[in-house]
Design a protein around this ligand. Structure first.
Ligand code: SIN
Length: 486
């Protein structure tokens, strides 16, 4: 039986940085569901946070806690910020090329709810793409694409590997240590900015195995997204645009966000997203992002990829304003882990990056903390793995398989309905009635003849709805319109 020392599921920043830090002498397999660049890291625009120096750590911690409505785990936030000095130095030393000024100094930008400019970026607005490429090039371990994980092999409190479709064939992959770095849950929502591969399968497996998901009510919606495209993934307009001074306006050019928060466009993401959503609903007006205050050469140099993408759609920035809507962006909650990414109670199982819940983000993630979280907790998980003895026990047989019942003929229709219901009833502004409607829909579909992958999605959706129903007060990105809980 072929067995790996470490299996990493996912090739976003968390999975790749973990791979980068594992020695070449170890037998490591990195797998991804589709092609390697179909992950959320690849689409990240704005940047990656770093504490600027020791003195900035408490300030960054406070900004993160405040944006997270103080629901964060302070220890996790302190680890995040303090470790950023090391992880940033590490990738700079390995050759990651962040944007610099003419004198060779690193350029930092600001995004909403940061009190200082501390966000590094690459090629202006393509930070994720550049970091992903950099880490792919650095990776020295075997990377296997087209590997769709549909079960975790768990027995007597130990994980032994996974079952997966590899190039459409069922396979069992054994490993001493399994690191889940598979990203969030974007495909559960009609409007989302995520890669199409990010569909909550492994969260769903965890629900089935009784592994705890936490903070699942705190789904984050990005305020400024262009949703008028036929594709599932909607086009992000980075928060760095507002950080640099872009305005959110109503049809008459009015900056209405000050009605919601004195910080206007620079209030935390939950407040801005809710303000835009509410304004549109209340007035029936379209809402726009306005760049007309910027000089054209500066804008094109600072946001080259946004300029080019939207040029192809017929927009000429910075002259043209663009209609925006909030859209699902990031899962603040996920698989509960400790400060080393260990899944409590299951030996040999780790979760890092967006799929995990470290407590860093609290009720609402501070902008650009996610790439950093991926790196910091990947580093800690690897250090923990390197401290483990090689497992010597016998591997049990895992016979149950799902073969060709991963999909059933009506799954597509139900997935579409689920996305619509999640957006409508489990979105930016929630009501108890809406949450119950979503709960009933999920229950109903789970009792139909459906494939395993849809069942996993429904498990995750059910966990989000249950967490939202359980939290009776609004907090951060979980907002209940009518406090009608009896
Ligand atoms: C953005 O560029 O606006 C996204 C940054 C983030 O999600 O942290």
């Amino acid at each position: 039986m072929r067995k790996y020392d470490v299996l990493i599921i996912g090739v976003g920043i968390a999975g790749l940085y973990a791979a980068m830090r594992l020695p070449e002498s170890m037998k490591v397999l990195v797998v991804c569901k589709d092609i390697p660049w179909e992950c959320n890291t690849f689409y990240a625009q704005g940047g990656i946070v770093t504490a600027l120096n020791e003195a900035d750590i408490p300030v960054h911690v406070e900004d993160t806690m405040k944006a997270g409505a103080y629901h964060n785990d302070r220890e996790a936030v302190e680890i995040l910020s303090a470790t950023s000095l090391e992880t940033t130095a590490d990738i700079l030393e390995r050759g990651m090329a962040f944007d610099k000024d003419a004198e060779g100094n690193l350029l930092y930008t600001k995004e909403a709810a940061h009190s200082v400019e501390r966000i590094l970026h690459a090629d202006g607005d393509a930070t994720g793409r550049y970091m992903h490429y950099f880490m792919m090039v650095q990776n020295r371990h075997m990377l296997q694409k087209n590997t769709l994980v549909y079960d975790l092999l768990i027995e007597d409190g130990r994980c032994y590997g996974v079952k997966a479709m590899v190039n459409y064939q069922p396979r069992t992959i054994y490993a001493d240590q399994v690191v889940i770095a598979s990203g969030g849950i974007g495909s559960l929502y009609a409007f989302n900015t995520n890669s199409r591969t990010v569909s909550a399968d492994i969260h769903g497996i965890c629900v089935e195995k009784g592994i705890e998901l936490a903070d699942m009510e705190f789904m984050q919606f990005h305020p400024t997204v262009f949703v008028d495209t036929p594709y599932a993934r909607k086009l992000l307009l980075t928060e760095a645009l507002r950080g640099e001074g872009a305005h959110v306006v109503g049809e008459k050019g009015n900056r209405f966000l000050f009605e919601y928060d004195t910080r206007g466009e620079l209030a935390s993401r939950d407040i801005v997203a809710r303000g835009i959503f509410d304004y549109k609903r209340r007035t029936g007006e379209a809402v726009y992002l306005d760049f007309s205050m910027f000089e054209e050469p500066w804008f094109h140099a600072r946001f080259p990829n946004i300029t080019q993408t939207f040029d192809a759609l017929g927009y000429h920035f910075p002259q043209d304003r663009i209609a925006i809507s909030p859209a699902f962006h990031y899962a603040n909650g996920g698989i509960s882990v400790d400060m080393d990414g260990v899944v409590p109670g299951i030996k040999g199982l780790y979760a890092i990056g967006e799929v995990s819940r470290t407590g860093v983000h609290g009720a609402n993630r501070l902008a650009s903390n996610s790439l950093l979280e991926g790196m910091v907790f990947a580093k800690r998980a690897v250090e923990h793995i390197l401290g483990q003895e090689k497992s010597s026990g016998k591997t049990p047989a895992f016979d149950k398989d799902y073969d060709n019942i991963l999909h059933q003929k009506d799954d597509k229709k139900y997935k579409h309905q689920l996305r619509q219901i999640m957006w409508k009833d489990v979105g930016i502004i929630r009501t108890r009635e809406g949450l119950i409607e979503a709960k009933n829909f999920i229950y109903d579909v789970k009792n139909r003849e459906i494939g395993r992958l849809l069942e996993l999605r429904l498990n995750t959706a059910a966990a989000i709805v249950a967490a939202a129903l359980a939290r009776k007060e609004s907090l951060g990105s979980h907002y209940i319109e009518k406090a009608d809980y009896a």
